[in-house]
Design a protein around this ligand. Structure first.
Ligand code: TRP
Ligand code: SF4
Length: 400
């Protein structure tokens, strides 16, 4: 609904590794060619768990943005910004907190999970409980309809939908809604107005979903509508009040197939990562020292790729041809493990060379990154301010 728009954020809590690249960044890069995208550094979200050590955040923010750019996020296609530089997120979070039932937050699964997982930290804080609501504000303030996230984040988007629904229900009922909606229909021009009325009747009387979709598409095409009229017409079409905060949908990001050096999930806390900024020496060394099938003690022992973390890397990086060479050579002891790893070293190096090349101008001149982010913040802020005007008015805060 409204403009198709993608929004996603990442917390700055340390250096990015191949798991981030294959799991998230490649996906962002693909999306930016298809949709207008907003990608932001969720520094306030990082503070909810790192409030006692904010230095990590400060240290990671710019490197993280450089890693995004290195991975191919293109500032000409995507808006890249920092959450805390768009303070409207905080205002919307506060306003949503007025009407968000406590129980909705307490039952978000990540709340208890993370508290248990990070038991060394005291996370019985107000801010941590509000984590998913802050995320809702991030999403709703841009009226984003597509949120690419991993599975663990689905409950947060689900909460966002519930919050939006409640908000629209409570505050979308302006006085004289019907009359205003009818006025807005006229502004569509007679041909469109007639179609709109037809779709509306078909949806509301016969429940034809198809008519609803076509009505929405019609509104999307109607360029000249003001934001307020657009909200009214969406709401009028569906039979409610104004749709001030549209409900977002999830774009599920497949779990990263990128395993760690030891075959477990690649994660900083397991110490099994290849960082995007590792130099080529380090990359080679990390792969060369990877553990292999424990049955293959000697070069002459046959092995089984299924029991070897190196094979997992081949699944990400190698062609069918190379893979059958590996399977054969391993099972017949025809190749050695170092030999088996060489194509991987080459493939990861090649991938990272491209990233290093893209990162270099930003490392040479950090002011480039600052200015990309400053532009992004300006753009994001304009969008956020527009939504906040509507939200304040709907909540009765625009009095003079
Ligand atoms: N919570 C998300 C994560 O940990 C980061 C995030 C914050 C986010 N705000 C967002 C993701 C809004 C998508 C949309 O990965
Ligand atoms: Fe693993 Fe390759 Fe060695 Fe087989 S040959 S054990 S797949 S590293």
């Amino acid at each position: 609904m409204f403009a198709e728009r993608v929004l996603s954020g990442m917390r700055p809590t340390g250096r990015l590794h191949l798991g981030h690249y294959h799991g998230v960044l490649k996906n962002w890069v693909r999306l930016q060619a298809e949709y207008p995208c907003l990608f932001f550094v969720a520094d306030w979200h990082a503070l909810t768990t790192n409030y006692d050590n904010p230095k990590v955040i400060e240290d990671s923010v710019w490197d993280m943005v450089v890693d995004w750019l290195a991975a191919g996020v293109d500032p000409n296609q995507s808006t890249v910004f920092i959450q805390s530089r768009v303070p409207e997120h905080a205002e919307l979070h506060l306003l949503l907190s007025m009407m968000c039932p406590l129980g909705w937050l307490e039952r978000v699964p990540t709340y208890k999970d993370q508290q248990e997982k990070l038991s060394a930290k005291d996370l019985s804080t107000y801010g941590f409980l509000g984590y998913p609501l802050l995320q809702s504000a991030d999403i709703l303030i841009y009226r984003a309809d597509k949120v690419p996230v991993g599975e663990d984040q689905i409950p947060h988007v689900e909460l966002t939908r519930e919050v939006a629904r409640r908000f629209n229900h409570m505050y979308g009922r302006e006085p004289g809604f019907e009359e205003k909606a009818k006025e807005a229909v006229k502004k569509l021009g007679s041909k469109r107005a007639k179609l709109y009325e037809e779709f509306r009747t078909r949806f509301q009387q016969n429940g034809e979903e198809d008519a609803l979709e076509r009505g929405k598409a019609l509104l999307e095409e109607a360029q000249s509508l003001s934001l307020g009229d657009r909200e009214r017409l969406y709401g009028y079409l569906e039979g409610g009040g104004k749709v001030i905060l549209p409900e977002p949908g999830v774009l599920l990001t497949e779990a990263s197939k990128m395993p760690g050096l030891d075959g477990q999930k690649m994660s900083k806390s397991y110490g099994n990562t290849i960082f995007l900024r590792d130099d080529s020496e380090t990359v080679s060394k990390k792969i060369r020292t990877m553990k292999t099938d424990p049955q293959r003690m000697r070069r002459t022992d046959a092995g089984d790729p299924e029991k070897c973390p190196v094979w997992q890397f081949h699944l990400v990086y190698s062609s069918d041809e190379t893979r059958s060479w590996v399977t054969q050579g391993c099972k017949s002891a025809g190749i050695g493990c170092l030999e088996c790893k060489q194509p991987l070293i080459d493939a990861v190096q090649k991938e990272q060379d491209a990233m290093r090349e893209r990162a270099q101008p930003y490392l040479d001149d950090p002011s480039l990154v600052r200015s990309i982010v400053a532009d992004g913040c300006d753009k994001a802020r304009k969008l956020a301010q527009e939504t906040m005007r509507e939200v304040r008015e709907a909540m009765g805060l625009s009095y003079s």
